[in-house]
Design a protein around this ligand. Structure first.
Ligand SMILES: *Cc1c(COP(=O)(O)O)cnc(C)c1O
Length: 478
């Protein structure tokens, strides 16, 4: 095309107001969004003009241009409305997947968040006296009742809880702990680093595999602020090992009038029938009853609540912690507090907790139930696509979040294989959808672990898979 002709073809580009009014007529647009839409349309028209001048695009009539720009605008507006941070379907089988937001909340907690978020509240207001109140008072009573501890406070997460306790109780003083507990939990939480940040001086005792009471005894000086015990979480020492019991540590610390602090990591409130532990993990109640002075644990690991760092323990230590300026910097917000409170309330009746708290429901989910639901989903999927071989295969799920690392929960996986399309491609497309599906690759197949897909998510799962198949088929045909 000659340059003059190209210039002439610009005549057919629509006017901005024309595109806007036809877009509004077809697709509805909030008047508050017009200004932004105008900018977008200007950009699209400028791009079209550029393409015409460079001969990258053919001349077309006004209506075609108008349609094309409207449809581009629709795509852009649609993409902007999509939340960058959004819900996903967890087909990994890892119940407390830290990267996927750990514990989904119980309905009770969600309702409380919704109701509180839209209004004012008595967050720091004492309704009985009309005076200023404390934000921690709402959960304090529940935590005391549930754990048997004298007092409690909650901060942003358990990492914050450990940092705060060490800073408030041991800054510039010595903290004694076993070399077997100098762990890294993941997400860059490393005990020596937290210790350094708190200003406490770390006194390591014993060896990686064996630490004895005598090791602790010999390390105590007038400069010792506390004895720290840390749950190794995702790490286990087996074989020739020895560690000191809580009771022995408590008795030793009493002689020096110093506290024993335990970072429990996950923290559970319920025990298995006829035992006072949870698959080998001591309950928080048990740790408190053993005399440990300060216990910290996460809100969103096995407890199944919102992110939070719960600190329970003896009144004098909690008071000291609460007064420290760092507490203000690490404080939790009202939505977390109300969600935690509602989650904790469910634990008053442990059976209710097991039925209502999603993390526990998923953990206790029976293999029969998983199979039944997986079969129902399989039936839907078989209708969708011929090009994938879809099978139900047995597998194992994990608790995750550094919790119960050795526990293997039997499960059913929906396994996808295709001759023509790589499983990596399927995984990539599934992650790109409006409701992304995160699965796992196993034996060169893509798998969705049905333990962590909840019944109410099954429809969305089928829809996302259908969408992915369509996208992949259209790639194939190109
Ligand atoms: C998970 C964990 C933490 C960190 O807790 P967050 O709530 O993730 O901040 C700290 N200590 C131990 C032992 C843990 O297992």
């Amino acid at each position: 095309m000659l340059v003059q002709d190209r210039k002439a073809s610009l005549r057919n580009l629509p006017a901005v107001h024309h595109v806007l009014s036809s877009y509004v007529a077809r697709d509805n647009l909030d008047p508050a969004e017009y200004e932004d839409a105008v900018k977008l349309i200007q950009g699209l028209i400028a791009q079209a003009r550029e393409n015409l001048l460079q001969g990258k695009q053919q001349e077309q009539d006004k209506e075609r241009w108008n349609d094309e720009i409207c449809s581009d605008l629709k795509k852009i507006i649609g993409q902007r409305k999509r939340r960058p941070f959004r819900r996903v379907l967890n087909g990994t089988g890892i119940i407390l997947h830290t990267n996927l937001g750990r514990a989904p909340l119980a309905e009770e907690a969600i309702e409380a968040i919704v109701s509180l978020a839209s209004s004012y509240s008595n967050l720091e207001f004492d309704l009985a006296t009309g005076q200023r109140g404390k934000r921690y008072d709402h959960v304090r009573g529940l935590l005391r009742e549930l754990t048997g501890a004298e007092d409690a406070i909650v901060v942003n997460n358990n990492a914050a809880a450990v940092l705060l306790v060490l800073t408030a109780l041991a800054s510039k003083k010595e903290v004694v702990l076993s070399r077997g507990e100098l762990v890294e939990i993941g997400g860059s939480f490393r005990i020596p680093d937290v210790m350094a940040q708190s200003g406490a001086i770390m006194i390591e005792v014993g060896t990686t595999n064996k630490t004895k009471l005598k090791d602790y005894q010999n390390a105590l000086t007038d400069e010792t602020a506390l004895i720290l015990k840390v749950h190794p979480s995702n790490y286990k020492i087996i074989g020739f090992t020895a560690s000191v019991s809580r009771e022995e540590l408590v008795a030793l610390a009493r002689q020096k009038n110093i506290p024993v602090v335990e970072d429990l990591g996950s923290g559970v409130f319920i025990s298995q029938a006829s035992q006072d532990d949870f698959f080998g993990e001591p309950t928080v109640q048990k740790v408190v009853a053993s005399g440990v002075d300060v216990v910290t644990f996460s809100g969103d690991k096995l407890l199944g609540g919102p992110q939070g760092g719960i600190i329970v323990g003896k009144k004098e230590w909690i008071a000291e912690i609460e007064q420290h300026p760092l507490t203000r910097a690490l404080r939790v917000d009202k939505l977390t507090l109300v969600a935690l409170e509602e989650t904790l309330k469910l634990y008053i009746h442990p059976e209710k907790a097991k039925q209502r708290i999603p993390a526990l429901c998923l953990l206790y989910r029976s293999l029969e139930d998983i199979e039944k639901r997986a079969q129902a989903v399989m039936k839907e999927l078989k209708k969708l696509d011929e090009s994938w071989s879809i099978e139900l295969v047995p597998g194992t799920s994990q608790v995750g979040g550094g919790t119960l690392p050795e526990m293997e929960l039997p499960t059913w996986l929906i396994q996808f294989r295709s001759k023509d399309i790589s499983t990596q491609e399927l995984a990539d497309v599934l992650r790109s959808l409006e409701i992304p599906v995160i699965g796992r690759l196993r034996d060169q197949a893509f798998c969705i672990d049905m333990r962590t897909i909840r019944e109410r998510e099954e429809k969305d799962l089928c829809r996302s898979l259908q969408e992915a198949f369509q996208i992949l088929n259209s790639h194939e045909q190109k």
